[in-house]
Design a protein around this ligand. Structure first.
Ligand code: ZN
Ligand code: ZN
Length: 433
């Protein structure tokens, strides 16, 4: 490889030929950083792991010495050596669980950095202590460990390593990429990215800043399922504005039908766009309305089925009965709690599934979920837009950056990506270079 005489060590712990659980370490002498800190997820497991021990045993998380909370007792994983690192930090690119789910297992003495937007969203989403894996014996009683929120393009120093935290276009509010500078290398990590969402200019600015870097570590989710030259828009809508247009038309063309939807809660920008452009009144469930309010300050209309106090404005509340009965005025979120009432919904209505759970056929819950709508004569409409760059766009991102070495990860088929300007390196799990 062109970089063989460098002193920077890069270890690819996990998340390479799979989507989730990216854990990469960059070390220089006594300083090191990690990104990200989520877990792999296997919906087909008979029982989902609930502790760090179970995650490690199921090989959904990789064991690394001196990074986990020492209060967690583990059997079968021993720290063999004294910790040679004086400076350690973890960076999280965005709020999606495959990048964050185990941050409460991180040693409380190790700082965890992310953009301010991701920090506030994580704290908000974890209000019921069920978004992240819960902390073990927290002394301060908080659900979420301390996170350091940084500003757009702020540079964080971790010993001799400097990390610029740059906003990036993805379907999670507050997403970032990292531009990492060690004394002898520049490494760009995209996190999850795209150029067809609400902030393509952020992705372009990241590309510009990363130009000619030594190593580009890029996600390759879309090439897991599509060829590089496949038609854009084959799977889901072309881009976020096209998706929004389609939803508007669907609502306009069905004035008499009960219309419901669900989306992924971290996609704050999509729901704000929907609220602004939809011909009907958009009504969220209380938890989603709370998340929107915390992220943007906006008071959305909501209904409430649980008894948690989210501190929402009372005059924005719509009775759930009203949503069931009035089939013409509202476009409302059919959240998991509300699906129980599907028997009371209008036969002949429409439900729109917009990147909500269950996500797709790989989840055994997906087909029964669809069948339930059919059984109640409710039309199931899939209206999704990927958070991940289309295959051609991934190549154009690589072409913009012109890295000396390309490392595609976060993909079932990382070998599909190519580098017109240098080498491609496909690391093995656990490999250090
Ligand atoms: Zn993501
Ligand atoms: Zn991801």
């Amino acid at each position: 490889m062109v970089l063989k005489d460098k002193k920077t060590n890069i270890t690819f712990h996990s998340g390479l030929r799979t989507i989730g659980g990216t854990l990469i370490e960059i070390a220089y002498e006594d300083s090191r950083i990690f990104f990200d800190f989520g877990s792999e997820y296997n919906p087909a497991l008979p029982e989902q792991p609930e502790t760090l021990q179970q995650l490690l045993d199921a090989k959904l998380v990789t064991y690394v010495e001196h990074i986990f909370d020492p209060a967690i007792e583990l059997t079968g994983y021993k720290q063999e050596s004294e910790n040679p690192f004086v400076n350690t930090a973890v960076f999280v690119s965005h709020v999606h669980l495959d990048h964050t789910k185990i941050i409460n297992y991180l040693d409380p003495a190790i700082p965890c950095y992310t953009l301010e937007g991701t920090k506030s969203l994580l704290n908000t989403l974890n209000i019921n202590n069920d978004f992240l894996f819960p902390r073990v014996n927290p002394v301060d009683g908080k659900n979420t460990r301390d996170i350091v929120g940084v500003d757009h393009n702020e540079i964080v120093s971790v010993g001799s390593i400097q990390v610029k935290v740059m906003p990036i276009d993805h379907d999670a509010y507050g997403a970032c990429g990292l531009l990492i500078q060690t004394p002898d290398m520049t490494i760009a990590y995209t996190g999850d990215l795209r150029i067809h969402g609400y902030r393509p200019e952020d992705t372009f600015a990241f590309c510009e800043a990363s130009k000619h870097c030594d190593m580009l570590i890029i996600e390759g989710v879309s090439v897991s399922f599509q060829e590089i030259d496949s038609e854009v828009g084959e799977k889901g809508d072309l881009n976020e504005p096209a998706l929004m247009k389609r939803l508007q038309t669907l609502v306009q063309e069905n004035p008499d039908k009960q219309m419901t939807f669900n989306y992924y809660i971290a996609n704050v920008e999509r729901i704000m766009q929907l609220i602004e452009t939809c011909p009907r009144t958009v009504v969220l469930d209380a938890y989603s309305a709370y998340v929107v309010k915390q992220a943007t300050g906006f008071d959305a209309f909501y209904y409430q089925l649980d008894d948690i106090n989210y501190n929402l404005e009372g005059d924005k509340q719509i009775a759930f009965e009203t949503l069931l009965q009035d089939t013409t005025r509202f476009f409302w979120q059919l959240e998991t709690n509300a699906i129980k009432y599907i028997d009371k919904m209008q036969s002949g209505g429409i439900y729109v599934h917009s990147n909500a759970q269950p996500l797709g056929e790989f989840d055994p819950a997906y087909q029964p979920f669809i069948d339930n709508f059919a059984a109640h004569n409710i039309e199931f409409v899939l209206a999704s837009c990927s958070g991940h760059a289309h295959p051609r766009d991934l190549i154009s991102v690589i072409d913009m950056i012109e890295p000396k070495v390309l490392v595609p990860i976060h993909s079932f088929r990382p070998e599909k990506l190519y580098n017109n300007f240098g080498e491609v390196f496909l690391p093995e799990k656990g490999q250090t270079i």
